[in-house]
Design a protein around this ligand. Structure first.
Ligand code: FES
Length: 308
């Protein structure tokens, strides 16, 4: 999937649920949009310093439009308020991506656990599993039915409106998984953390849009980063990210979230041990030590050699 920089137009804006708007974005000239796969997200570049990621929740087979759902988050940092208050039908919006760090891996059966607006990446996954004849069990929780978007697309699945039935009983849902089942989860941090506690990492796929707490860095001192293509060696002090130091030295780095959740700054690692501080890689992917996200991850050794 190649990343692109697009100028799209808001073709439609509807209320998806209490506090949720659903936008359909199209090319102003009617061109096909870049292909994507279930689990993908795009960046909405709302202003120069306001870039937010939203999962694509439409039909990947329909290249004429992207659909996103945006929850207004009053305690957020302004992205969702900007979308709610300033993006109207007919407005142009810059979109980057799509990219996918939440790929649907082939399996005979799946359990999907979604909390609130975390349902968005799950919708096209469920459609794809159904279309392929697989088994998809969906557990979708939210504060109340009024706050839960896309309910009409999830008929036959299990809804958990908290004001009616309480929180999702994760012990019951995840306690006895049939062999071969993969679990996909997206939602607020407490839900993700609770699912992580109950499911073995090799069968669990999570997507975070807010960074998880990764504690203190492994090293408290400086380390070196060698750029294999130019042979340049840079020193990264404790108070700077690798990305910031690269930019200080004129290395162009694409970035979006700058907090280890979007995957834009993925960089190959040739030598050295990484202190992975992202919220994207699984424990096995982190252990493979062949890529890192330089906006947040650091060195767990004196020197890293990067594919740059
Ligand atoms: S910029 Fe988003 S992971 Fe680094």
């Amino acid at each position: 999937m190649s990343e692109q920089d697009l100028q799209l137009v808001v073709a439609s804006r509807t209320d998806g649920a209490e506090g949720v708007v659903v936008l359909e974005l199209t090319d102003p000239a009617g061109a096909d949009l870049p292909a994507w796969t279930p689990g993908a997200h795009v960046d909405l570049v709302l202003t120069d310093d306001l870039v937010r990621q939203y999962s694509l929740c439409g039909d990947p087979g329909d290249r004429s439009r992207y659909r996103i759902g945006v929850l207004r988050e009053p305690a957020g940092r302004g992205g969702s308020a900007h979308v709610h208050d300033r993006l109207h039908e007919g407005d142009e919006v810059r979109v980057r991506g799509p990219r996918n760090h939440f790929e649907l891996v082939g399996a005979p059966r799946y359990v999907f656990v979604a909390g609130g607006i975390g349902i968005t990446p799950i919708l096209p996954m469920v459609a794809a599993v159904r279309a392929a004849g697989g088994v998809a069990e969906v557990h979708y929780g939210g504060r109340s039915r009024r706050s839960m978007a896309f309910l009409e697309e999830l008929e036959g699945h299990t809804l958990h409106p908290q004001d009616e039935v309480g929180l999702i009983d994760l012990d019951a849902v995840l306690g006895d998984l049939a062999p071969g089942t993969l679990v996909y989860c997206c939602g607020p941090e407490p839900l993700l953390a609770a699912v992580e506690e109950r499911v073995a990492p090799e069968v669990l796929h999570l997507e975070r849009f807010t960074p998880k707490d990764v504690g203190d860095p492994v090293r408290s001192d400086s380390f070196e980063v060698e750029l294999s293509l130019s042979g340049t060696t840079l020193t990264v002090p404790p108070d700077r990210s690798i990305m910031a130091v690269l930019r200080d030295h004129g290395v162009e780095m694409l970035s979006s979230c700058e907090e280890g959740t979007c995957g834009t700054c993925e960089t190959g690692v040739l030598e050295g041990e990484v202190d992975h501080r992202d919220s994207l890689l699984t424990p096995a992917e982190q252990a493979a030590n062949d890529v890192m996200f330089v906006c947040v991850s650091r060195a767990a050794c004196p020197r890293l050699v990067l594919e740059l």
